[in-house]
Design a protein around this ligand. Structure first.
Ligand code: AMP
Length: 560
């Protein structure tokens, strides 16, 4: 039981974002939206949970994310109306002929209308639950019967029937007379969809590609440029810069091959956009690391070579890397385990096993970046953990030396991404090569805050306070009897587009001044004289200047 000394708290690894920090989040998101729109991206919002198999197939069963970090649960089974209809029809054998299924007449939906061999017509409703709702169903059915008679112009006798599933094996077909023209029937059987495994999304690329396939976005023949901003969920060990619910700002560029989606130009454009975004956000000292993991075939070949090279030295690696050597040897290249570094550096490099077209693709990406003046370093060990990556992979980091520079400690990767030419096919879709990235928004914010803090002594480049804007004015009513007038004045000013806070007439003037100074640029004093004369006293905090302004000129003057 929660108590005042032990109240409920946010779940471990999750956190609340509060003002004024949320102002910084909004600022970051608005800069991101502005950059994305200049590069022709549109926003996509996919569900926060998806069928588990999407991630198992897309991200890969052997990845850390899928094998141990997902929040997955069994969803409850769902009623399957169609299987109940089929069972009912089957039970009737050839005594009935369905006239219509799922038709709508006079704005109402009919589950099934059948004509008996005897000439009788029945309107049948298939319902999940019998209890409680029976009277409602019966009343609806009566209405449906008359609507149908009118709309179809039939002279035949029409009766209604409500059919419910019964899961008790003992209850046989049971007919209950509910109303002279309506019958109720129970059918034994299980008419439920089996339960479904669902997962809170640990990343958003698989969801975007699923949506691309589901909505046939490739049919337009156009390149799709989509961005998203939203929370992701991974059951990782929480630490600074690593949360169980964290936010990503990401984008994907994909499309049929004919749309140019495979072109190295796309890779370079995405990277150049990221450099612009980080610059506009004011992130200092970012570093772009780049590599190519080749085509799916290159990777297969390389992984085999890696396994051979690992076989004789495996036992010298840490436990985690020994496990990776079995399950996902590429991940060893990502390892930060200090004792394993020398061995890992000596392993074969993927760059030496790329086929000519992958090598050429990578060279073109680099050449385009050079032409744009975007600095990068090639890191042959950058392979990234997820199964779907092909060819270009990249990461942007901020220096972690001295920690204060990035605010991230060891979690110094701000964002990561890469090309995923085979992902759509892995999810059952058409060929749709693509490239994308995800920025860790939490880490971006931590970095901005740390860099602002570090710069405080010098020229403040990006102080948190510059992200927060002060309100235009604080209205201080003198005495509770002025409260209503203060609210009315606030309404007038707010509707004129100004940002306003209203104090309370019970405050002493000194308290009002202190409160106003914290949140607003001006204080407007509303006392008896001011109300009577319509001339208000306004003080500007930055200059200390105090003036009298008529109510008619107030909005104009506060704005200036
Ligand atoms: P990934 O999808 O693993 O490539 O991650 C992309 C980016 O998301 C990383 O570079 C991080 O900035 C961020 N990120 C990943 N996992 C977390 C986490 N648990 N907490 C905060 N940020 C994360």
């Amino acid at each position: 039981m929660p108590t005042p000394s032990n109240p409920l708290k946010a779940v471990r690894g999750t956190r609340d974002l509060l003002p004024p920090e949320t102002a910084l989040w909004n600022r970051v998101e608005s800069i991101a939206r502005s950059v994305f729109s200049r590069y022709g991206f549109g926003e996509i919002r996919t569900p926060i949970f998806e069928d588990t198999s999407l991630f198992a197939r897309g991200v890969g069963e052997e990845t850390d994310i899928v094998s141990k970090e997902m929040y997955t649960w069994e969803d409850r089974e769902r009623f399957n109306e169609k299987s109940l209809i089929d069972a009912w029809l089957e039970g009737m054998g050839n005594t009935v002929a369905p006239i219509d299924r799922d038709v709508s007449i006079a704005g109402k939906r009919f589950d099934l209308i059948v004509r008996y061999i005897s000439g009788e017509i029945e309107i049948i409703e298939f319902k999940h639950k019998r209890e409680a709702s029976l009277t409602v169903h019966v009343n609806q059915l009566k209405q449906l019967i008359s609507d149908y008679a009118i709309a179809s112009g039939t002279m035949a006798e029409i009766v209604g029937r409500v059919v419910f599933p019964s899961r008790k094996a003992t209850s046989s077909k049971e007919l209950i007379s509910a109303s002279p023209r309506i019958e109720v029937e129970e059918i034994v059987g299980s008419f439920f969809h089996s339960s479904q495994q669902l997962t809170l999304r640990p990343e958003n690329t698989a969801g975007v590609v699923r949506a691309y396939i589901e909505h046939n976005l490739g049919d337009s023949g156009q390149l799709q440029k989509l961005f998203y901003i939203g929370p992701q969920f991974r059951r990782e060990r929480p630490m600074r810069g690593r949360y169980r619910q964290f936010w990503q700002i990401g984008a994907e560029v994909l499309g049929p091959t004919t749309s140019g989606s495979e072109s190295p130009l796309r890779d370079a454009e995405v990277l150049e956009m990221l450099a612009t975004l980080l610059d506009e956000l004011g992130i200092k000292g970012w570093r772009l690391e780049l590599n190519s993991v080749g085509s799916a075939e290159d990777r297969k070949r390389y992984v085999a070579i890696l396994r051979d090279a690992l076989a004789p030295i495996k036992h010298q690696l840490c436990e985690d890397n020994q496990r990776r050597a079995e399950t996902n040897p590429l991940r060893i290249l990502d390892s930060k385990e200090p004792n394993d570094q020398a061995l890992i550096d000596a392993l074969p490099r993927i760059a030496d096993y790329l086929d000519e077209s992958s090598r050429d693709h990578f060279a073109q990406v680099c050449a385009a970046l050079d032409a744009c003046g975007v600095p990068y370093v090639v890191n042959p060990r950058l392979v990234r953990g997820l199964d779907y990556y092909t060819r270009t992979t990249f990461e942007f980091t901020v220096p972690s030396s001295g920690d204060s520079a990035s605010g991230l400690g060891t979690q110094n990767a701000l964002l990561g991404g890469g090309r995923y030419d085979g992902l759509s096919e892995m999810l059952g879709g058409p060929r749709a090569p693509g490239i994308g990235f995800a920025i860790g928004e939490d880490r971006l914010i931590l970095t901005l805050q740390a860099q602002a803090e570090a710069n405080k002594s010098g020229a403040p480049h990006l102080d948190s306070e510059t992200w927060e804007t002060k309100l235009d004015a604080y209205i201080a009513p003198l005495g509770p009897e002025r409260n209503a007038a203060a609210l009315a004045l606030a309404r007038e000013l707010r509707r004129a587009g100004l940002t306003i806070e209203v104090g309370d007439g019970s405050f002493r003037l000194k308290k009002s001044f202190e409160a106003a100074d914290r949140v607003a640029r001006h204080i407007v004093i509303l006392g008896e004289d001011e109300l009577a004369s319509g001339i208000l006293t306004v003080k500007t905090f930055t200059t200390g200047e105090q003036t009298k302004i008529t109510q008619a000129d107030l909005a104009q003057s506060l704005r200036a």
